[in-house]
Design a binder for this molecule. Sequence first.
Ligand SMILES: Cc1cc2nc3c(=O)[nH]c(=O)nc-3n(C[C@H](O)[C@H](O)[C@H](O)COP(=O)(O)OP(=O)(O)OC[C@H]3O[C@@H](n4cnc5c(N)ncnc54)[C@H](O)[C@@H]3O)c2cc1C
Length: 295
Amino acid sequence: MGNTRVLTHEFEYLPTTSVPEAIQLLNEHGRNATIMAGGTDVIPQLKYSVIAPALLIDISKIPDLDYIKDQEGHLKIGASAKLRRVEQFCGQNRKYACLYDALFSIGKVQVMNMGTLAGNLCTASPAADSAPALLVLGGRVKLVGREGERIVDLNDYFTGPRKTVKAHDELMTEIIVPPVKEGMGGAFTKMARVGSDISKITCAVAVERQNEHCGECKVAMGAVAPTPVRLTAIEKMLTNKTIDENVLDEAKNQIAAYIQPLTDVRSTEAYRKQIAGILFKDTFQKAWKRAGGEE
Ligand SMILES: Cc1cc2nc3c(=O)[nH]c(=O)nc-3n(C[C@H](O)[C@H](O)[C@H](O)COP(=O)(O)OP(=O)(O)OC[C@H]3O[C@@H](n4cnc5c(N)ncnc54)[C@H](O)[C@@H]3O)c2cc1C
């Protein structure tokens, strides 16, 4: 079954212009309705008949959701802001370098111009590039439903492959990145079969540096477990330590024990386990240099 097939089943298409309208439609139509933002995941799923909704609710034209703003140090990204705009914003703000790296790694022009950060988090692939970067940045998402809104920490958001705590009738309206401390540096690295492919494995690090002393340290990986994951045991090995080759190699050698990768079309369990430590060390060193203003 190829990806060039036409859409084989009929559905109603409804562009919405407001959040309340989208939520009302979701409630009226329940599981017969699917939200679409950029459509870069939804359209292939329709073509492959992975989904067959009776109603497609297009939220990409909701003007109230198309924003990227800094509000008292909190970065707020609306659910219909395109990936390209978020990438450009992060590229101009060193404190978001790791999210910039992650979005830059997606690369494909069409996906960057159509896709959204919210769509990436709602699809909730274990390999979603934005997820490890947002996890180490302490990201949260705003979910709005009939009962009101709630803010969910990304540490509590992913529950399984393509599964999250978001209810079907909830809309993700905003991604929030809390203020980034002075002295923090971040980086994201992706290994893929070819440039701009979905990842074999990814790593994000955010680290606080005072000379050679490591303060706070956050490490997350993608495509190594059923969900994007924080590696808290590795973080503890580095937090409040003097960083040298020995400390880093100790952490690098431990990583494979804390991940559960699969073998799939992109890579094998064995390769992912073998490469995880190396990817971590490279990413840490990049984040460390950035935290020290060396890059
Ligand atoms: C050729 C190609 C290459 C790709 N490469 C990459 C890559 O390198 N890295 C990567 O991570 N991804 C990649 N993707 C996947 C995809 O582009 C991203 O996941 C993108 O961010 C999805 O955003 P979207 O706005 O297009 O989502 P959509 O397709 O519109 O929606 C995705 C899912 O989220 C739901 N949804 C969307 N927005 C909301 C919302 N606000 N509230 C509630 N539910 C919502 C939809 O119902 C759907 O289930 C690729 C896709 C394609 C087709």
